[in-house]
Design a protein around this ligand. Structure first.
Ligand code: SAM
Length: 416
């Protein structure tokens, strides 16, 4: 049931998966502020936050009234101001502008009221509430962000649609191309879509915003009903969303509500690897909330379709972390061989190449590389090609990975 707000009535009761989603949003914003403000000499930090499907601002949780996504955003801006300034000699001005959009007037009325009750000034330079369909105002919002921040264009868009087809994927592509530094968080009811896939005119119409052809829908149905099962459908869908939105990186993890078995994708889409790493680190910190299928090395959501019945569930717990390290140690050499057998590859290029295939943080990849270097299975070179000393403990993004002259991989021969 979609949530309903009315300015004269109590807010709707929150559901478990909304709680999880809001917790992750909060952590995501916190990590974003901290990651981008490590420079103690910075004087100003500008960020625009856009909640395209904002709702009414609060929920009921038992006897408590808890914050919805617009309030979570405002609270995190405020706490970031305090936190980031705590250890500074030079004060940092945190300058954020928030856009809250909802198509339902009763919802924006409830939201306005909620904001005013909490002493926020609505329709100001800091907070804009728009009673519009997001698709009708997204271009204007992107233009204002570009005017306010012509150089950095830093923005986070939360697109918390109900279902899977309210957000046209071309619209996300427009955001990421207009604002290359932007990050988009899209909720996507992947399980509902998988369940309802059928070649009926109704479904074909409902998936139109995903830019899917009838032939693609037919393929998905065949995948779902064949030996590949839902896992294969999810892999195909994930690739499709990334392609259609033009995102370079995505983290496609599920929030699985305890009561309903239908999992919700919390998709993070961006064009830069640091954003992706911040997000993956957060999944590890918020374990228990997220899961995906696949092993810990390079098979994330990329399982072997011929082995559909033994897809491991990955929960971001300690056990997974240990397994992941073991799996990475085993599969990294082969993966590297494909990338670096002719020319050394930089650590950064390796991250770009594998980021969408693994649940590993960049620190996990580095750990694996350092272990392999310690075992002399690979060599770490400086940017100028000189070998870095043995016993390294940290890698630089510009370091290069090369194979030693004597090759260790059984069955592989070096081309050099
Ligand atoms: C899941 S609720 C949002 C909950 C909110 N993000 C939170 O966590 O507090 C989805 C909201 O999107 C709104 N909505 C639906 N279609 C929309 C559209 N095309 N543009 C803007 N808002 C829309 C609905 O009215 C509803 O309030």
């Amino acid at each position: 049931m979609p949530f309903k707000w009315h300015p004269e009535e109590p807010p709707p009761i929150i559901e478990e998966h909304s709680k999880a989603k809001l917790l992750v949003l909060r952590k995501c914003l916190r990590a974003y502020f901290d990651r981008l403000n490590v420079n103690p000499n910075r004087e100003e930090f500008k960020l625009d936050l856009v909640d395209g499907f904002a709702g009414g601002g609060t929920f009921r949780d038992g006897d408590d009234i808890v914050s919805g996504s617009p309030l979570v955003m405002l609270e995190e801006v405020e706490t970031a101001r305090g936190r980031l300034n705590r250890k500074r000699n030079k004060p940092l001005r945190v300058d954020c502008k928030c856009y809250f959009v909802d198509v339902e007037q009763a919802h924006t009325d409830h939201l306005r009221r909620t904001l005013i009750e909490r002493d926020h000034v609505v329709d100001s330079t800091e907070i804009v509430v728009l009673n519009e369909a997001f698709e009708n105002v997204v271009d204007d919002i992107s233009t204002s962000i570009r005017h306010r921040q012509p150089r950095a264009g830093r923005a986070i868009f939360l697109l918390d649609q109900t279902g899977f087809s309210r957000v046209e994927l071309t619209l996300v592509a427009r955001i990421l191309s207009e604002l290359p530094a932007a990050e988009v968080i899209l909720t996507f009811a992947a399980d509902v879509l998988t369940n309802h896939l059928a070649e009926t005119p109704q479904i074909i119409k409902s998936v139109a915003p995903l830019q899917m052809t009838e032939a693609q829908i037919r393929d998905l149905i065949e995948q779902r009903d064949g030996s590949g099962g839902r896992a294969l459908v999810q892999r195909t869908l994930r690739g499709h969303v990334r392609l259609m939105t033009g995102a370079t990186f995505d983290t496609p993890f599920f929030i699985r509500p305890v009561q309903s078995r239908r999992a919700l994708w919390f998709l993070h889409l961006s064009r830069h690897p640091t954003a992706r790493d911040v997000m993956v680190r957060l999944h590890w910190e918020t374990h228990n909330t997220f899961e995906h299928y696949g092993p810990g090395d390079f098979g994330m959501l990329g399982w072997d379709a011929l082995r559909p019945n033994d897809i491991p569930l990955f929960n971001f717990e300690d056990l997974e972390a240990q397994q992941m390290q073991r799996q990475l140690l085993e599969s990294m050499p082969k993966r590297l061989f494909g990338l670096a057998s002719e020319e050394p590859i930089s650590v950064e290029a390796l991250r770009y190449a594998v980021a969408n295939e693994t649940a590993a943080r960049f620190s996990d990849l580095d750990k694996t590389l350092l272990t392999l270097a310690g075992e002399r299975k690979i060599e770490i070179l400086n940017v100028d090609g000189k070998r870095r000393s043995r016993g390294l403990t940290r890698l630089r993004a510009t370091d290069r990975i090369a194979f030693p002259d004597t090759l260790f991989l059984p069955g592989f021969s070096r081309l050099r």
